[in-house]
Design a protein. Structure first.
Length: 707
């Protein structure tokens, strides 16, 4: 018997394969499997054999969050991060962080090592103690497997004045003198993360390698183990105009910190470095131009590791972004996409590329002597999948048919581990699905049927996904148009949880990749710059027109929803159109003038999207022209506003202006404010709050669209 497809049953059953790593010889992969237990997220490590027979098997267990697995170079151990629960820590007399509520998640991540025995059977994991109970950020094995590089918060507080508070307590005051004092999902950035190195043994103590009023991210060991590359932006003006570059620190065998040197700098942001096997070159992801706007895709940048000459673009004509830029919350959205490129052999670089809503590993051939490109890049696999995590076996014994591994959604289903062949035949081949532990939870539920069309639009065909209830006839149904975030996002072949639940409730969902969507090239993004609510809104209407003309949507029963930029578009369409019977906006934008100063990253965001700044009358007028609040008096559409109270990307103050205005005008409006939750709580928030959010959305559309 099929189970009920309602918010509580689906969200409590959801499993996400979040991250993974692969052994250098390609024998096995280790994946993180996240699930909900007792109303909280848990995750454990699973080992997936890639050679011979054998099913995936669980390596760790318990009421913990095990994440960031890294297989040692010889495949004998796995290093990972572990967070537990406060109730258990309190029983051992450990200090508490975050909430003191029993059962709340402790956000202090410890460094654990899990030895693998004969037949890759796990032993007992053991921990390396961190000074001051500090939380481990990133980690990476040294090439010889004897040390680990990690990031730890270090140095004096950046903004806290007066006595330093105890964990879980608020300071007396923060003196703010920079724009980077906060970040969504991280809260206040009171300390920078700095590079540390620690021996891989129980009694080891980390040694700090870098220090300064700047942070370290994306750590990568050189092949000889003598240096570590990372991304950073130590410039005093980095908070106003971020331009990270790649730095290298040569490890001093003694104690104390070491001054790094800049190795790879382009005009724009550069991050996520990887070394060539001989250590001569570095490849990274970023923007080559200093004035790059949203219509310029991120690209692969290569240069000498010693910084002796300027870098170059590896594929300047690709016009597709490197990494995962598509939208589906089947990825989980708690962990960032693991999309650092790999350099598995001297002549090959592998990276994820987003193309028309899919995310597939591509190969880029390079001259090992010069580091320059050799031939055009090409995709390694065919199929409707969107990769979220990439790992490549690069040891001398790596099996080529199991060399490239990704965690990806498969067609419309949740994420699984896939392998892709990396041969030199030049032909794309189907990826091999190697697990079922990520998606089988979805089988009992009513799952939408996905189809794609090219909807005629004023600027050209609009690639549009249509999600329909299973076994639904091709007849007009009440329909919801769902606008993705970004606007540099794109809908993938796999639906989001809200799409699953809307279809199970009898709605057809229209998912258009309108102008401004990434993965379609520069010419598709450029018209939307500085025209929010213009060409993009026209494309939403055009996609709906096409679905109605095909006899799939009832023009008298339409709704609109979206998150972030999609929330802006929901607000915009609600106030500028009488077409929709109801709208649901989630963490959107209502007032572009105030959002410029209230959002944690809005200054640079507005520069790249050409929205501008409210620093003079013309700037204010331009931002107000693209603000839903400017048209609020025309609103007749019932609007439900969903908002995370801790959202610093699109903060509550923005949507609250819209709520107050609509309430004063006597319009139909409700405001649901979720405590402690950040920008993407629809996927990463506490399960009970996600359930409540989805139930409210369904009830709102049932009341005003279906009725």
């Amino acid at each position: 018997m099929a189970r009920r497809t309602d918010p509580a049953s689906v969200i409590r059953a959801q499993v996400v394969l979040e991250e993974h790593d692969v052994a250098r010889d390609g024998r096995f992969a280790v994946v993180v499997r996240r699930f909900v237990q007792a109303g909280r997220y848990r995750s454990n490590l699973w080992l997936v054999p890639l050679t011979g027979a054998g099913a995936p098997r669980q390596l760790t267990s318990g009421a913990v969050r095990d994440t960031a697995p890294h297989v040692s170079p010889d495949g004998s151990s796995i290093a990972f991060r572990r967070t537990g629960v406060l109730a258990r820590r309190a029983q051992r007399g450990a200090p508490k962080r975050a909430s003191s509520k029993p059962g709340a998640v402790d956000d202090t991540a410890s460094l654990h090592v899990l030895p693998l025995g004969i037949g890759d059977q796990p032993g007992a994991p053991w921990a390396i103690r961190m000074p001051g109970n500090r939380s481990v950020g990133e980690l990476a094995w040294s090439p010889d497997g004897k040390r680990l590089a990690i990031t730890l918060d270090a140095g004096p507080p950046r903004f806290i004045q007066g006595p330093e508070p105890s964990p879980g307590e608020a300071p007396v005051v923060r003196r703010i003198d920079r724009l980077d004092w906060r970040y969504d999902e991280s809260g206040h950035l009171d300390r920078w993360a700095h590079l540390h190195v620690v021996e891989a043994r129980r009694d080891a103590r980390p040694r700090q390698v870098t220090e300064g009023d700047w942070g370290v991210a994306d750590i990568a060991w050189s092949p000889d183990g003598r240096s570590i590359a990372f991304s950073s932006d130590p410039r005093p003006e980095a908070d106003v105009l971020p331009r990270s570059s790649i730095w290298v620190v040569d490890l001093d065998p003694g104690s104390g910190t070491v001054a790094p040197r800049e190795a790879l700098a382009a005009g724009g942001v550069v991050q996520k470095p990887a070394w060539s096997p001989d250590g001569r070159w570095l490849v990274a992801v970023g923007w080559f131009r200093a004035d790059a706007l949203d219509d310029i895709s991120s690209e692969l940048i290569v240069g000498p590791a010693d910084g002796s000459s300027p870098p170059w673009q590896l594929a300047p004509d690709l016009d597709r972004p490197i990494g995962n830029w598509v939208d589906t919350d089947l990825h989980g959205w708690i962990n960032s996409s693991q999309d650092t490129p790999y350099w598995p052999d001297p002549g090959t670089i592998v990276a994820l590329v987003s193309d028309r809503g899919r995310v597939v590993p591509w190969r880029f051939d390079v001259n090992p002597t010069t580091g320059r490109p050799m031939g055009a890049p090409r995709g390694l696999a065919t199929g409707n999948f969107a990769s979220h995590s990439l790992a490549v076996a690069s040891g001398p014994g790596a099996l080529r048919n199991a060399c490239v591994t990704v965690i990806a959604t498969v067609d419309s289903r949740p994420m699984e581990l896939l392998t892709v062949s990396l041969d030199r035949a030049g032909d794309e081949r189907p990826a091999s699905v190697r697990t079922s532990i990520g998606g089988r939870w979805s089988r009992p539920f009513s799952w939408p049927v996905m189809r794609e069309i090219e909807a005629p639009g004023p600027g050209g065909p609009i690639h549009t996904w249509i999600a329909s209830p299973v076994d639904a006839a091709d007849r007009p149904l009440p329909a919801i148009v769902d606008v993705h975030g970004g606007p540099l996002g794109a809908w993938a072949p796999a639906p989001s949880i809200e799409v699953v639940l809307l279809c199970a409730s009898g709605y057809r969902v229209v998912l258009p990749n309108i102008r401004g969507s990434t993965s379609y090239g520069r010419e598709w993004i450029r018209p939307q710059l500085n025209d929010w609510g213009g060409v993009d809104a026209a494309d939403v209407h055009a996609a709906l027109d096409a679905v109605i003309a095909a006899g799939l949507a009832d023009p008298e029963r339409l709704g609109v929803t979206g998150l972030s930029y999609g929330g802006f578009m929901s607000n915009w369409l609600a106030v500028t159109s009488r077409r929709f019977r109801a709208a649901v906006t989630d963490g959107g934008v209502a007032n572009q003038v105030s959002t410029w100063g209230n959002g944690d990253a809005s200054v640079e965001f507005n520069r790249m999207s050409l929205l501008g700044a409210p620093l003079d009358a013309a700037g204010v007028a331009n931002l107000w022209r693209q603000s839903p609040l400017a048209h609020v008096a025309d609103t007749r559409t019932p609007l439900l506003i969903l908002q995370g109270e801790a959202d610093q990307r699109c903060p509550p103050s923005d949507n609250e202006q819209l709520f107050v205005a609509l309430r004063v005008l006597g319009r139909l409006v409700e405001y649901a404010l979720y405590p402690e939750e950040s920008h993407v709580f629809q996927a990463s928030g506490r399960p009970d709050r996600r359930i409540d959010r989805m139930a409210r959305m369904l009830a709102w559309f049932d009341r005003y669209v279906r009725a």
